[in-house]
Ligand binder design. Sequence first.
Ligand code: 5GP
Length: 121
Amino acid sequence: MAEEKTIFAKIIDGEIPSEKLYEDDQAIVIQDINPQAPTHVLIIPKSTEIPRLADANESHQALLGHLLLVAGKVSRQLGVDEAFRLVINNGAGAGQTVFHLHLHILANKGFDEGSLGREFG
Ligand code: 5GP
């Protein structure tokens, strides 16, 4: 039986609407539906192969690098390249709720010096 599609796979396939800020052959960037900071966007690989960062392997190296380059590009596009935080929640215990790898860009919020960014409320 085919595995249940994640919400992000449905967004990539156009089955669920999203506010898309960027797209290329490997990734999309969308506004988070429940923002935890004034700027909160998600960088999502189109590949559905990686549920968690810990599931990535050598074959994903170029894709993982690409996602970081997209983060930099989108940070410039959004005008937040002077101060943003990039977050990956890995596993339910770390707050991951969608098991399709994604990066959060959070910005335009005061970041405590030295904070690991656990509180974005
Ligand atoms: P996680 O907790 O897995 O690291 O992050 C999942 C993120 O996806 C959450 O910040 C949540 O608000 C966002 N999210 C969940 N469902 C949707 C949706 O249908 N559309 C959008 N744009 N974001 C979603």
